[in-house]
Design a binder for this molecule. Structure first.
Ligand SMILES: Nc1nc2c(ncn2[C@@H]2O[C@H](COP(=O)(O)OP(=O)(O)OP(=O)(O)O)[C@@H](O)[C@H]2O)c(=O)[nH]1
Ligand SMILES: [Mg+2]
Length: 372
């Protein structure tokens, strides 16, 4: 861990050991930059100033080694999940890895959801989902690192549950672990440091220690890659279309049965049977929806994927796995058909048979509506 190796310098942005010998290896920084009070590596510099996509990612073994260390100590574990892709960003196998340590669930990116959200219903739904994943968190907090929502409650909860011990922030890549810590540093810290964050998964490369007091620290950790996330099937240039960075404006479609809607070339939603009703799409504002007749959908996809139907654009379509299908009998009432990594479609009608086609690896599921 960083603090135990005092002679070495570590990048304040991503946690790797700094070196000024091998420009192509991680941790490289020119010798002159090593002298800086808060040194960062060239990779962090480029991400920060040029928003460059990083090519280095961490192996699963490396990540497991880091997480296993947590199991050997007594600490509070803060698991961060992305509310927009709750299931896709869930860190599987966490209870086993962190031993008997308490887990605080930090649900980030609430700013992406429309304001008329039922908070209690959301919290209940989160607790229930956590329990299905085998976790009983000591607390659940709704946060936005971006907008600074929920930070006081977050700090209070950490203080209450850490009982003087260290705090580890863990989670899948891109959920906003480093952004949350930066927000804490900005609001409560007196150090002038900022951890590197980016829209590209795999930004933080090693553990970063931030002292809380003389006896304990808060640790940022690298995220583990969940290969099932849709984002890993497209190139970094497409991320900006898929990952929302502004509050989602729901798109409403009045549909008759036997109609299909494409979300770019990434998913297809078929309204197979049911009365005419609204389908409300909660997806990135940058994604295009294309409507067609169910009987024409196969042909349209084959002809126009990567052109009329984007993202992915052009040749990028080849990296996308072939579609597989999920069938739902949506009951009357308020339900969401969720497409992991893309968003969800709210149905508040009299029931419907819906089929969802998504690239293999991506999952679709049904849940009671998040938004009333
Ligand atoms: N809309 C929104 N975006 C956020 C929020 N927090 C983080 N992000 C964005 O999510 C992306 C990932 O943020 P990071 O803080 O780098 O995520 P991380 O979990 O540290 O990622 P790794 O280091 O790769 O494991 C960035 O583009 C952030 O701007 C939030 O509260 N709301
Ligand atoms: Mg990070």
């Amino acid at each position: 861990m960083n603090s135990e190796m005092e002679q070495e310098l570590f990048c304040a942005g991503c946690g790797v050991a700094l070196q000024s010998i091998e420009p192509k290896q991680v941790g490289y920084t020119p010798a002159s930059a090593m002298e800086k009070e808060i040194p960062i590596c060239q990779r962090c510099y480029r991400i920060k100033h040029y928003n460059e996509a990083s090519t280095v990612t961490l192996g699963d073994d490396e990540y497991l080694r880091i997480l296993n260390q947590i199991g050997d100590t007594r600490a509070l574990v803060v698991q961060v999940v992305d509310l927009f892709d709750f299931d896709g960003s869930w860190l599987r196998g966490l209870p086993r890895l962190v031993g008997g340590n308490p887990i605080l669930l930090a649900v980030n990116k609430v700013d992406l959801l429309p304001k008329n959200i039922n908070r209690n219903r959301l919290l209940n739904w989160i607790r229930k989902s956590a329990s299905e994943y085998g976790i009983k968190p000591v607390d659940v907090v709704l946060l936005s690192a971006k907008k600074g929502i929920g930070m006081e409650e977050f700090v209070r909860s950490i203080d209450q549950h850490r009982k003087g011990k260290n705090v580890y922030i863990v989670g899948v890549t891109n959920v906003g672990k480093s952004s949350l810590i930066n927000r804490l540093l900005k609001q409560y810290g007196d150090v002038d440091m900022e951890i590197t964050t980016s829209q590209f998964p795999g930004t933080t490369l090693d553990v970063i220690e931030i002292p809380i007091d003389n006896h304990s620290s808060l640790f940022d950790t690298p995220g583990i890659v969940n290969r099932d996330q849709l984002i890993h099937q497209v190139s970094p240039q497409e991320y900006k279309f898929i990952l929302p960075d502004k509050p989602i404006k729901p798109k409403v479609y009045q549909l008759m049965d036997k109609q299909s809607l494409f979300i770019g070339a990434l998913a297809r939603v078929d309204f197979v049977r049911g009365e005419r009703q609204p389908f409300v799409f909660y997806i990135s504002n940058e994604l295009n929806i294309h409507r067609t007749k169910l009987e024409k959908a196969d042909e349209l996809y084959e002809k126009h994927k990567g052109e009329l139907l984007t993202p992915p654009h052009g040749e990028g379509i080849k990296d996308l796995s072939p579609f597989h299908k999920f069938s739902f009998k949506v009951p009357a009432g308020k339900y969401d058909v969720v497409i992991s990594g893309l968003g969800w479609i709210a149905l508040h009608g009299s029931g419907a048979n819906v089929e969802v086609h998504v690239p293999k690896g991506t999952t679709a599921s049904l849940r009671p509506s998040l938004i009333s």
